[in-house]
Design a protein around this ligand. Structure first.
Ligand code: SAH
Length: 468
């Protein structure tokens, strides 16, 4: 087929969908154009920016027909930032789109049948009553100002990478971030400026401060600050610590992580406590958790409770079962499960997280949970050889989904139920297909909105063995 549009053409198109990145999908003579900022149901005039063989990109020029779901994005830097993708869509419409996005993935990638009496039930997305300021963790890149950014050239800036680039734009407020985190980043930045701290420069590999990470416990109010630096030595470190403590009494832990590598990966291998505790504490549904700098901890604690309660409900426990929690992090889901199971085994690849998990069980007087560090796809097959048989297996893998070897072990171990917690509907759909082919039936899927105003969707799914 010849391509019906060229760069710089101005076209009119109806928007017929939204991609997983939140771009509007238009079609001109059968040719697909992705248009940032356009919503389904709209008709827009757009200028073609780039044309590839199968699709192209266009820039939104005028709105000819506006969607009733369109709202004004409240964040001033929304267009430059790229951290959120759906602020121009009403929250109700976001929740509806997220459910539909899950359905589409299950059907297209998983070749699964969604409800019509016999298919999978995909519930309405569980949303938040208050959808702003939900994040407990900020991870902010630092750089040096160029002239004309509203800051003196050469001074420290910290904020976000401009959409599609690695240029750092200074930012003092992020509307999805807890105020305490915004406040902490601002103060660390001010102190850094006063002390003449340099920021890391990606190109030359010089300069000290790469990122600042702030994590706060919503229930405990405790705050951890992590300075990620390009080198072990921080000049005037005592003054920086003193300044942070004076400005923010809620800070209970200041940590340094050293990353000297030329890489986009944020953290390096060396972590040391500069002041205070090695962990901060937080609480979910009455369970206390110690969280260290390198451990994974869900960023939206309110919705996490909704998600974990759903996982426990789907596990269908009566107090006697053996449960495996794969990809367990600091043992959060494990300890929720342990309150209602006979015995829980958790496995996780990050050793620090497993140390936290053990500590967390003890902290809550939970004695029926044990943890092991290692890849789930290696540890669980070994457990099976050692005679451990789970009645229920919960998995909560990273975006890339479960390792095939793990899925294979699940099929061999034959638990009655599998609860699949997923942050990526496409790998979820792929893995559900494997489990379906191996003898499981997906009963229901509950999308939970952990990341309002972004395109991310979290799901909790229940599978049961077909021969039951
Ligand atoms: N269930 C936890 C963590 C989920 S995030 C919670 O809700 O807090 C996914 C976790 O999987 C991360 O902690 C990551 O370190 C871990 N992980 C990644 N690959 C792994 C693997 N192959 N085996 C075990 N854990 C892994």
């Amino acid at each position: 087929m010849s391509i019906p549009v060229q760069k710089n053409d101005v076209v009119v198109t109806d928007i017929i969908g939204l991609t997983h990145d939140g771009e509007g999908v238009g079609r001109v003579d059968g040719f697909t154009l992705f248009i940032q900022g356009a919503l389904p149901g709209e008709q827009v005039r757009a200028k073609v920016l780039k044309v590839k063989k199968q699709y192209g990109y266009a820039k939104l020029m005028d709105m000819l027909q506006e969607s009733p779901d369109r709202v004004d994005a409240p964040c001033e830097i929304y267009k430059q930032c790229g951290g959120c993708q759906l602020q121009h869509m009403s929250y109700e419409a976001q929740l509806r789109w997220k459910r539909q996005h899950v359905v589409d993935n299950l059907q297209r990638i998983g070749k699964l049948q969604v409800a019509d009496g016999t298919g999978i039930i995909v519930h309405d997305t569980i949303g938040m009553d208050e959808s702003w300021r939900y994040r407990n963790k900020a991870q902010v890149p630092f750089g040096m100002a160029e002239a004309g950014q509203g800051t003196t050239a050469g001074s420290l800036v910290g904020g976000f990478y401009a959409r599609g680039s690695h240029r750092i734009i200074d930012m003092d407020e992020c509307l999805i971030q807890h105020e305490r985190n915004d406040d902490a980043v601002r103060k660390v930045k001010e102190l850094g400026r006063k002390l003449g701290v340099t920021a890391y420069d990606e190109e030359s590999g010089r300069g000290l401060l790469r990122h600042v990470m702030v994590r706060s416990g919503f229930v405990s109010g405790e705050v951890m600050i992590v300075l990620i630096t390009n080198g072990a030595r921080i000049p005037q470190v005592e003054k920086w610590i003193e300044g942070i403590r004076e400005a923010m009494p809620e800070v209970t832990s200041i940590v340094q992580n050293v990353n000297k590598k030329k890489t986009n990966v944020i953290f390096g291998d060396e972590t040391k406590v500069l002041w205070g505790s090695e962990v901060i504490y937080d609480e979910l549904d009455g369970i206390r958790f110690a969280i260290s700098a390198r451990s994974f901890y869900q960023v939206n604690p309110l919705q996490t409770v909704a998600l974990y309660r759903k996982a426990v409900e789907y596990a269908g426990l009566n107090g006697t079962e053996t449960v495996i929690d794969a990809y367990c992090g600091i043992g959060t889901i494990s300890l929720f499960l342990a309150r209602q199971a006979g015995r829980v085994y958790g496995v996780e690849i990050v050793p620090e997280a497993i140390e936290d998990a053990g500590r967390n069980a003890a902290l809550n007087g939970i004695t029926n949970a044990e943890f092991e560090a290692g890849p789930a796809e290696v540890v669980i097959p070994r457990w099976r050889e050692e005679g451990i048989v789970a009645d229920v297996i919960v998995v909560d893998p990273p975006r890339k989904g479960c390792d095939p070897a793990l899925l294979d072990t699940i099929l061999k171990m034959k638990p009655e139920r599998v609860v699949y917690v997923s942050c990526n509907p496409s790998t979820l759909a792929r893995d559900l297909r494997v489990l379906e082919d191996g003898g499981y039936k997906t009963v229901e899927v509950q999308p939970v909105d952990m990341f309002p105003h972004t395109t991310h969707v979290e799901c909790c799914s229940l599978l049961v063995r077909k021969d039951n």
